[in-house]
Design a protein around this ligand. Structure first.
Ligand code: NAI
Length: 253
């Protein structure tokens, strides 16, 4: 029996990277998936999301591509309503959308602080707020947010990113307490360094320096994070809430 048969999920930032891997992993286990994407200037995320949706359908599940900027509450509310109307119910939310704007604090201007907090933390609030009442009414829900090892340890040049991801961890634990008796679990995943566009953008020396500190000796793959998300979404994790699951090759223990 597929582990997410009959379930539906909304995954933010699902057009590539970790979000795409989670979408396909869930679909491989029978889950209908709404793949959120952002219309970004200079790249065709709609086409990338459509490609992900095609793969979801080829796995025998329903797919929906929904454009929304997670920083915009009105479009997030519209997205949630569209997903619930299309699938009839929403069981799983994966808050995956995230960005970096790395600078040492001395050079970090307010727009780069605001942008990272808006996507990585306020976006999590927007999306979760937009679906929590539905999940409470159904007395079932799985909320999984992608935090980061950087929210646990800090990292040079990432005060904005570290603050946003530490915020996601605090949000997760607080909400887990609020909704625990309503059949809703709320967990976070803290990936280490995963081989996606986000880390491919790092300078070579920075990548090499990071690699040297990972006990397992290699970067993680999006599939490693997707497997952790599948576990937290599955019935096997029914008694786990408020947890931060490290997927980091031993980088932080
Ligand atoms: P990525 O850059 O490949 O993908 C990020 C996704 O988020 C893209 O689909 C992008 O369009 C979407 N997005 C960005 N801003 C958005 C917005 N305002 N509204 C809707 N979607 C938006 O990055 P990656 O690596 O797949 O990251 C996914 C998540 O995992 C992020 O939250 C990131 O912070 C987190 N993470 C990544 C790590 C890594 O090493 N790659 C390590 C730890 C955490």
């Amino acid at each position: 029996m597929p582990r997410l048969q009959g379930r539906t999920a909304l995954i933010t930032g699902a057009s590539r990277g970790i979000g795409e891997a989670i979408a396909l992993r869930f679909a491989a286990e029978g889950c209908d998936v709404a793949a959120n994407y952002l219309a970004e200037p200079g790249r065709d995320n709609a086409a990338e999301a459509a490609r992900v949706a095609q793969q979801i359908e080829s796995l025998g599940c329903r797919a929906l591509c929904v454009e929304a900027d997670v920083t915009d509450l009105a479009s997030v509310q519209q997205m949630a309503a569209q997903v619930i109307e299309t699938f009839g119910h929403l069981d799983i939310l994966v808050n995956n959308a995230g960005i970096t704007r790395d600078r040492t604090l001395k050079k970090l201007e307010k727009p780069d602080w605001d942008a990272v907090l808006a996507v990585n933390l306020t976006g999590v609030y927007h999306c979760t707020h937009a679906v929590i009442e539905h999940m409470r009414e159904h007395e079932y829900g799985r909320i999984i947010s992608i935090a980061s090892v950087v929210g646990q340890t800090g990292n040079l040049g990432q005060t904005n990113y570290a603050a946003s991801k530490a915020g996601v961890i605090g949000f997760t634990k607080a909400l887990a307490r609020e909704v625990a008796r309503r059949g809703i679990t709320v967990n976070a995943i803290a990936p280490g360094f995963i081989d996606t566009e986000m880390t491919q953008a790092m300078p070579d020396e920075a990548r090499a320096a990071v690699l040297a500190t990972i006990p397992i000796g290699r970067l993680g793959e999006p599939a490693h994070v997707a497997d952790a998300a599948l576990f937290l979404a599955s019935d096997e994790a029914a008694y786990i809430t408020g947890h931060v699951l490290n997927v980091n090759g031993g980088l932080y223990m």
